[in-house]
Write a protein that binds this ligand. Structure first.
Ligand code: GLN
Length: 447
């Protein structure tokens, strides 16, 4: 039925860069046979999932929506894929994204522009736009995306689905094509909190292949109900409501806060004073790491190679000029600049100091709060093309989400009603490290 749904709506939505229908049916049949023979199967057995195209899938193209990797077929699976396979999930295809996960609208993809299922004139958000749109449009039950500065939460809020950015180190990055390694995390999208909690339970856990993977045990995550919020303190950081947040978004999120209060939670205004500087710190740190990570795409080891060149330098220059899109080039230039001698102290070092400060402010706030509640984005989805030629206004969409990556915290975006324009609004719940259960409890109580 999911493949039928894809056939019916994909022309309008454009969430996928590849649909792997034949293999999906083969695998679904295999799971059916195992079930018929009486085998007890894990909870995700037979569940159709779709995967962002920066997560390596063995023998299936993994393009990062870039010309650079247009024909790249990984010889191995990312750890999250191994885990989903072990759980019996059935992959139905690979999902469109902003090129190398750089963007907030899914418009920097080399292949196509994904549309928002609520209104195809609007963007689905990014960079995991395909992951959010596919789930919202019923083209998959759950999907995986990646979040470096909001790329799961922002599209989840624009498309009216639930998206979890897990604690840094809780989900293996092995086989995720790196953008900014110290910030990147893979996480799930779903239409219910239960689906997201179940998928997160399947993919989290220690992985010796990822040196930043946390070596600890995880519980089986569950969904809460209204009573669970009794006595919980929800911090409302005032800075997040003064960052150009629209009146509609402000109202919807405050209505959600009132509902938590009705269920016994205690609301508390808190302050995270460094918030207005977080966006600058994020774009410096993430671009610095991207400039280093993307150095590997040189036309020698893998991916695109320019057809004609005179010497090695010429090969590098032409390959990278032709293989990368404008936004990726912008990040490489910015990252190389902030790391260069003479500028390192002024930009990169200061951004790293700010990161420390932001981490400290969060941990002080969590000494008196169980959770924080903020908007996910400053507004609802915008029209296709509206911000495409203005990178700074595109970056400004990430103001509510980047702090979470800078601090390595878990956060979830949950739909909290629609704005006057009929488009979904998302609220963001943030918890201390490894306290994903608090997110599922609160989100489940709201749902
Ligand atoms: N929009 C942000 C950026 O372009 C976030 C991207 C992400 O989380 N992958 O960097």
């Amino acid at each position: 039925s999911v493949l039928d749904r894809i056939a019916a709506v994909e022309d309008t939505i454009g969430a996928f860069v590849a649909v792997t229908g034949e293999e999906a049916l083969r695998r679904a049949k295999e799971i059916d046979d195992r079930r018929a023979s009486g085998e007890e199967l894990p909870p995700l057995a037979g569940v159709p999932v779709a995967i962002k195209d920066n997560i390596c899938t063995k023998d299936v193209k993994t393009t990062c929506s870039s010309k650079m990797l247009e024909n790249f077929v990984p010889p191995y699976n990312a750890t999250v894929m191994e885990r989903l396979n072990r759980e019996g999930a059935v992959m139905v295809g690979k999902l469109n994204m902003d090129e190398f996960a750089m963007g907030s609208s899914c418009e920097t993809s080399y292949f196509k522009k994904t549309k928002n299922p609520h209104n195809p004139e609007y963007v689905p958000g990014g960079s995991s736009g395909g992951s959010a749109a596919a789930v919202a449009a019923g083209e998959a039950f759950v999907s995986l995306g990646s979040d470096t500065g909001g790329s799961i939460r922002l599209p989840a809020s624009y498309c009216g689905v639930i998206g979890l950015k897990p604690t840094y180190g809780s989900v293996s990055r092995y086989g995720l094509v790196a953008f900014a390694s110290s910030l990147d995390q893979i996480g799930p999208f779903g239409r219910s909190v239960a689906d997201v909690a179940m998928t997160y339970s399947a993919i989290c856990g220690h992985d010796p292949y990822d040196a930043t993977s946390a070596n600890r045990a995880y519980p089986q995550f569950t969904v809460g109900d209204a009573g669970d919020m009794k006595g919980k303190v929800i911090g409302i950081p005032k800075e997040y409501f003064g960052l150009g947040v629209s009146a509609d978004v402000h109202d919807r999120v405050m209505k959600a806060a009132e509902l938590f209060e009705k269920n016994g939670a205690v609301l508390k205004e808190v302050s995270l004073p460094s918030t207005p500087y977080a966006l600058s710190a994020y774009y410096i740190i993430s671009s610095a790491e991207a400039s280093s990570n993307l150095a590997r795409f040189d036309g020698v080891k893998y991916g695109y190679r320019t057809p004609e060149f005179e010497n090695l330098t010429d090969l590098y220059e032409k390959t990278r000029s032709e293989g990368f899109g404008d936004e990726v080039k912008r990040r490489i230039l910015l990252g190389t600049f902030v790391l260069s001698s003479g500028y390192y102290d002024a930009y990169y070092k200061r951004a790293k100091l700010l990161q420390k400060q932001i981490q400290q402010e969060f941990s002080e706030t969590f000494s008196s709060c169980d959770l924080l509640l903020t908007p996910t984005g400053t507004d609802t989805a915008f029209k296709l093309g509206e911000k495409e030629s203005d990178p700074l206004s595109m970056y400004a969409n990430d103001i509510c989400t980047v702090t979470v990556n800078i601090a390595g915290l878990p956060a979830i975006s949950v739909p909290c009603g629609n704005a006057a324009n009929g488009l979904p609004v998302g609220m963001q719940l943030i918890a201390p490290k490894f306290e994903e259960q608090r997110l599922f409890t609160a989100a489940g109580c709201y749902e």
